[in-house]
Write a protein that binds this ligand. Structure first.
Ligand code: F6P
Ligand code: MG
Length: 454
């Protein structure tokens, strides 16, 4: 079953869908072609050069299809696990649709799958990531916030043993509150929107200090933080003496992933969680989303990288200490990275149980599934024109109501049209006072659905 509200589509001129399909996607693809040309010019092996030239030709075809608003054709069978998901969906729902009149969410995801196809059909470049250079680069340009966090959180977290039980719990609550927000706001710097940012702009967006967080909390328009703490600190979360299992459906690589890991690190150290599962993408997705390569890159560069030439020995040591601890979690199986094919399909999460029952079952064993970022929020809510005051658990439909649905938390800075779970009248007021508020990344939501694990 689908929601009763219409989905956003590229031809909706009032929506961010229009600018994205018409302007942003061709720009992003143009930059991706530049990246591949750079790689081509650095290559010396003729066979690989010829193979890469064919990838570029396929990218140019994709550019033509985008600019000519071509019909969406099936994905060529490259033997990968997500092909049936894609082609079944095209055949069932979108036969004859083009980039502009198919639902925005599907058409945009389709573009990234076609981009992957440009490489998956090659011999030598199957796993090439056209966005890898950019992802690494933005992380190294985030040095202020990176070290602010590492200096604070590298040393193992310990609670003052002289605190009463009540004070100890309160101290944990405060930390939880702060770190959840660090994890939330880490989402404001995704590459698809911020490609041309200066170091100063990035700094402003990434400020993680206490005062800054208190001020930005006012920008969380629908805020279930207290409810989340109530759940996590109760006996319903995890099992006594063992802590819970939390799953992160990741969004962006680099700084956002770093914030996610700082959060996950504390959740383990505090004893609230015993296991964290990170869900990433199998290939380059929506510019900056995390792949396994990005995950490995982050942990390795924290220890071995020379990304920050200006830093002090103390800063460097803090980053190394934290990176080493995180790698240890991976070795011990406390942190697990996974990448199911469903996350790189065109389906919304309303179809999770039906189209990926194995994944649904797997997630239903989690104590909390945290969905990071804007795209995941769009997928949770079917990316449709839902009235903004609609409660979150109504807006996410099946994922809240189906038997076995896990508790779901969305940590999202608002960067596109769909908004739910905010007070009546708020969206209308912002439409009047701050046009563009839905795509600025200034506002956020922290929304919880309790699920139906029963
Ligand atoms: O192209 C629009 C979009 O899909 C929006 O969801 C958002 O603007 C961006 O791309 C991705 O944001 P995020 O990385 O937070 O999912
Ligand atoms: Mg993203």
């Amino acid at each position: 079953n689908n929601p009763p509200w219409p989905a956003y589509r590229g031809y909706h001129e009032y929506s961010f869908a229009h600018a994205t399909m018409g302007v942003r996607l061709p720009t992003i693809l143009g930059k991706a072609i530049d990246d591949v040309v750079k790689t081509l010019n650095d290559e010396y092996d003729e066979e690989k050069i010829v193979d890469l030239t064919a990838c570029i030709a396929r990218m140019e075809d994709l550019m033509d299809d985008l600019q000519d608003n071509a019909k969406l054709r099936p994905i060529i069978d490259d033997g990968e696990g997500d092909i049936p998901l894609w082609n079944k969906m095209i055949a069932r729902y979108f036969r004859g649709k083009d980039f502009m009149n198919a639902p925005w969410l599907f058409a945009e995801a389709y573009k990234y799958r076609r981009l992957h196809e440009c490489f998956s059909l090659s011999k030598y470049w199957k796993t090439y990531d056209v966005f890898f250079r950019q992802k690494c680069d933005t992380f190294s340009r985030s040095s202020d916030a990176v070290f602010e966090l590492s200096l604070r959180f590298a040393k193992p977290w310990q609670q003052d043993s002289s605190l009463s039980q009540e004070d100890a719990l309160e101290a944990k609550r405060v930390m939880f509150h702060e770190l959840t927000q660090i994890c939330l706001w880490g989402n404001s710097t995704d590459l698809s929107l911020l490609i041309n940012m200066t170091e100063e702009d990035i700094k402003k967006l990434q400020s993680t200090g206490g005062d800054h967080l208190a001020a930005t909390e006012q920008n969380i328009l629908g805020n279930h933080l207290s409810k989340v703490w109530e759940y996590i600190s109760s006996s319903k979360f995890g099992s006594a003496g063992k802590g819970g299992r939390m799953d992160f459906v990741l969004d962006n690589a680099g700084f956002e992933l770093y914030c996610d890991c700082v959060y996950a690190d504390w959740l383990i150290q505090s004893g609230l969680c015993s296991e964290i599962r990170f869900h990433g993408k199998r290939f380059a997705w929506f510019v900056s989303d995390v792949t396994r390569q990005d995950f490995d890159w982050l942990l390795n560069s924290m220890i071995y990288g020379q990304l920050f030439p200006q830093v002090s020995d103390e800063e460097l040591a803090s980053l190394r200490e934290m990176g080493a601890r995180w790698k240890e979690y991976v070795k011990q199986g406390k942190w697990i990275y996974e990448d199911h094919a469903f996350w790189i399909s065109g389906y919304t999460f309303w179809a999770l149980k039906e189209e990926a029952p194995d994944l649904f079952l797997h997630l239903s064993e989690s104590d909390l599934v945290v969905f990071k970022g804007d795209l995941n929020h769009r997928k949770l809510t079917f990316d449709c024109h839902v009235p903004p005051s609609t409660p979150f658990d109504v807006a996410i439909g099946n994922l809240a109501t189906e038997a076995g649905a896990p508790p779901v938390l969305s940590l999202r800075t608002v960067k596109s049209d769909v908004v739910c779970g905010i007070p009546e009248g708020k969206a209308e007021q912002l439409d009047k006072d701050e046009p563009g508020w839905k795509i600025s990344g200034k506002y956020a939501v922290v929304l919880l659905s309790e699920g139906r694990k029963g």
